[in-house]
Each structure stands twice: as structure tokens, then as C-alpha cells.
Design a binder for this molecule. Structure first.
Ligand SMILES: [Fe+2]
Length: 277
């Protein structure tokens, strides 16, 4: 079975007056590729209601299950400042194909496991202290999760929550072929290349080395690990697992002015093959 993978659609940042919407473009690419399953690795929008509506529209128009994990933007309380991040996380659980509800069994061989993931600052430059990262601000620039994603605990503890949850699910499915999904990145390969003065600090908020170590521990089972968040389109073979970051990103970051052309180069097809005998 083929699964089409994409991330970081950010539909609320694209002009609603455009002749073709981001969802139109995604549905067209899905018609062209004819997969059996879709996956969006988070950041559909910065408004959970809009993200939920988009997922329902994608499923209705394609007739396919659209698996997802919440990205940090999906979890933002920008439009609902009275809500905490857990409130929004729980509202997103209403969506049946949110992997945060639990693993999705594709067939006898394959299972998809995923959740948002968070960050523990391990990708930040070691010249900064933990206290400096906890401030989530440097040189007058703040990392917006500080204001719009107010969890009930510091970021490294949220990171650990997701790490432990995912590890328990991986352990329970060790005999299967696994596609693992996090919104945040599991490997330094997907952080912003250095030297870069701004990102030597802000890479801290992209993911965690510990997710990579988790993949390494379960690499015999995890055939693919998909992430988003950083708006790259990159792949890397890591131990026996293929890591994939397959983001659409913001229109200002695109190489083409054509949403359909950009969607075609953003969506990655993965084959969920049966294992070699
Ligand atoms: Fe993100």
C-alpha cells in the first residue's frame, strides 16, 4: 500500500482569495498518486478548529483516512487564549485519525505510531544554558510556543511525556513494521545548519536527540520515521530507518509560485511493503 506524506500545510497563512487552495492542491495530488492512506505530520493551521475542519474536508474529498499528529501550531491558543495547551490537545483527540489517540493498524504487517513530540533543547548550541533556553527568547526574538502553547510543565518535561508514550507503543508493536510520526524532528540533520547565529539558539526548539536515540533502539521495527516542523524536504537513512521531513511550509518559502507544483514536490510517497522473506 502507498501512503502519501506531507506536513506543515499552514493553510491559514495562504490567501483565501487564491484560485486554488492548499487543500485543493493536496486533493489533486492525491488523485494523481492514488495512495491508500494519507498522513499530515502536523501544523495544518494555527487554529485547532480550522485544522479539524481541514482534516475532515481532506477525508471527505479524497475518501481516504488522513492520519495526523498535532503540530505546535495546531496546539496554539492564539484564537482561544482562555484555553491551555492540554485543552486544545484534548479537543484535537475528537478527530478519529489523530495518532495521539493511539496506534493505527494498517494491516497485519504495518502499524502507524505517532504524537506531537516536543523539544528538550538538545539541538541548541551548548554555549547556552538550560535557563537561557527556558526563557525561549534571545536578542529580542521570542519562540512563539512560549506564549501560545502554555503546557502545564516546562518543555523538556513535555518532551519526555511524548518520549515515554511513544516508547511504550513501540515496545507493544515490536513485531510489526512501524511508521513513526512526530511533528518535531528526531535528528540534527533536520535542524538549521550552523554557523547561523540566530539558529544556534533557536534550533533548541526543533526537537530532540532523544527521539533519534529512540528510533535507533527500535530501528529493526521502525521502517520510516516522519517529521515536520522545520519546513525542510529532506531524507536520511539512520541505522535501518529512513527519516523523512516532507513539509509544504509557508508560501514565502516556496520555490514556485504555483501551489499545485509546490504540493507535488512536497508530498512524499512511501510504500508500506511486506517484509523481505
Ligand atoms: Fe511546527
Amino acid at each position: 500500500m502507498k501512503i502519501c506524506v506531507v506536513s506543515d500545510l499552514h493553510i491559514d497563512t495562504y490567501p483565501s482569495s487564491a484560485p486554488l487552495s492548499i487543500i485543493d492542491a493536496l486533493c489533486t495530488v492525491v488523485q494523481e498518486r492514488k495512495p491508500g492512506l494519507l498522513l499530515v505530520a502536523g501544523d495544518l493551521s494555527s487554529d485547532f478548529r480550522m485544522s479539524l475542519a481541514a482534516l475532515e474536508e481532506i477525508e471527505r474529498r479524497t475518501g481516504l483516512p488522513c492520519l495526523m499528529v498535532p503540530g505546535n501550531h495546531d496546539l496554539w491558543n492564539w484564537h482561544d487564549p482562555e484555553l491551555g495547551t492540554w485543552d486544545i490537545y484534548n479537543r484535537l483527540l475528537d478527530y478519529p485519525h489523530n495518532l495521539a489517540r493511539g496506534p493505527y493498524r494498517v494491516n497485519d504487517e504495518w502499524v502507524v505510531i505517532g504524537d506531537s513530540g516536543w523539544y528538550d533543547f538538545s539541538f541548541g548550541d551548548t554555549r547556552f544554558t538550560k535557563e537561557e533556553f527556558l526563557r525561549m527568547e534571545r536578542g529580542g526574538r521570542a519562540w512563539n510556543d512560549r506564549e501560545f502553547a502554555p503546557w502545564d510543565r516546562p518543555a523538556p518535561e513535555m518532551h519526555r511525556y511524548f518520549l515515554e508514550k511513544l516508547e511504550a507503543q513501540l515496545e507493544a508493536h515490536r513485531g510489526s513494521s512501524i511508521l513513526l510520526v512526530t511533528h518535531t524532528v528526531p535528528h540534527r540533520h533536520f535542524t538549521v545548519p550552523l554557523p547561523n547565529d540566530t539558529w544556534s539558539y533557536f534550533n533548541a526548539f526543533l526537537g530532540s536527540e532523544a527521539y533519534g536515540s529512540l528510533i535507533a533502539r527500535y530501528t529493526d521495527s521502525i521502517r520510516y520515521a516522519v517529521c515536520g516542523h522545520v519546513h525542510y524536504r529532506k531524507r536520511l537513512t539512520f541505522h535501518r530507518t529512513e527519516l523523512i521531513c516532507s513539509c509544504l511550509g509557508y508560501a514565502k518559502e516556496w520555490r514556485s509560485a504555483d501551489v499545485l507544483e509546490e504540493m507535488r514536490v512536497s508530498v512524499t510517497d512511501l510504500e508500506l511493503h511486506d517484509p523481505q522473506p
